[in-house]
Design a protein around this ligand. Structure first.
Ligand code: ZN
Length: 341
């Protein structure tokens, strides 16, 4: 039998950050793509839309009017999935039928008053204002005694279920730590106890040495396709310095972070010549009043597009029943993204 070649033979990759596994089938990306290639053009939108509930000066469903905000604007979601007034309680039958009440609150952040922009169109100082607001919200919501996790994220594009193209993101703050950050907390804690170092700092050092999965780099941040990536052009932004949350980021690092978001989203838009859809979000330490020396702040981008602006990845079949699977290797995805920088 020939020797194992990670660029050719099927294998499972370990996600050191969550403990999950992904099946990688590199030989399959060599088969010709039979599907249709569709031409898409970037949708033209007006700077102001009188029917948009996020544009300045417009009326929202709850009867409030948005102020004439000049840069960013945050408000409590009128249709929040989590509510502050939820009473404590739960349900348990033999440990098999189990529920716990969940308190929290949901906010919406407009990135810009301009209806027609996305993060990739915005200037770095404008994105920096978004980072400032993320920081302020993380600290303010995290300080509430019943809030133990603050999830900041953006759903971009109708394909990701975003109901409005106005550039905006969301914050869901809640009393429990959700599954993904909980897995990352566990893995980082174990690594930190065993090695006395940050898991992601050590991982980033390996990636910066190997370079095959690095997409972009500046003084304080690197963007890479993680070794364990599941989504076709999935990336992570990781700060070079080990810090746990946005309360610990320096002004210089905030500028570098904003610049990296701009550069990466511009690359994404170039990939299939479309306003590239994704779900993206920040992962940072829980706000549960515990010390979290293990936590290393980072941002994930999960794009669904596979081969063109219209061919999407869905989790079906084996992926629902077994493990996630991918054909395009993280190395070839990184090479392609790097080529567009
Ligand atoms: Zn994460």
């Amino acid at each position: 039998m020939e020797a194992f070649d990670i660029n050719d033979h099927s294998h499972r990759r370990y996600n050191a950050l969550t403990g999950d596994w992904v099946l990688v089938s590199p030989h399959r990306s060599k088969r010709p793509w039979q599907g249709q290639q569709e031409e898409t053009t970037k949708e033209q939108r007006p700077q102001y839309d009188p029917n948009c509930y996020l544009c300045p000066g417009n009326l929202r469903a709850n009867g409030e009017t948005n102020p004439e905000y000049p840069s960013t604007f945050v408000f409590t979601n009128d249709f929040a999935a989590l509510q502050e007034q939820t009473p404590a309680g739960g349900l348990s039958k033999g440990g098999l039928i189990k529920a716990e009440s969940e308190r929290g609150l949901c906010k919406v952040i407009c990135f810009s008053p301009r209806h027609d922009l996305t993060l990739s169109d915005m200037a770095v100082p404008e994105i920096r204002k978004v980072v400032d607001l993320w920081q302020q919200q993380y600290l303010e919501l995290g300080a509430l005694d019943y809030i133990n996790y603050v999830q900041i994220f953006e759903n971009k594009g109708a394909v990701m279920g975003s109901s409005n193209p106005h550039p905006h993101g969301q914050i869901w703050a809640q009393s429990s730590v959700p599954v993904e950050p909980a897995k990352e907390t566990m893995q980082q804690t174990q690594y930190f106890h065993e090695n006395k170092r940050s898991l992601l700092a050590d991982y980033l050092a390996l990636e910066l040495e190997e370079k095959t999965r690095i997409v972009l780099e500046n003084e304080h941040f690197a963007a890479l396709v993680p070794f364990w990536a599941v989504w076709p052009f999935e990336t992570m932004l990781i700060p070079k310095r080990h810090f746990a949350h946005l309360g610990q980021i320096s002004d210089e690092e905030k500028d570098a972070f904003a610049a990296m978001i701009k550069d990466l989203s511009a690359i994404y838009d170039k990939l299939f010549q479309t306003s590239f859809p994704y779900s993206a979000g920040l992962h940072q330490s829980p706000t549960d009043a515990q010390e979290h020396p293990e936590w290393h702040f980072h941002m994930h981008f999960y794009p669904p597009l596979l081969r063109s602006a219209t061919v999407k990845k869905f989790m079906v079949g084996y992926e629902l029943l077994g493990d996630p699977q991918r054909d395009i290797t993280p190395e070839s995805a990184a090479e392609r993204l790097r080529g567009l920088a």
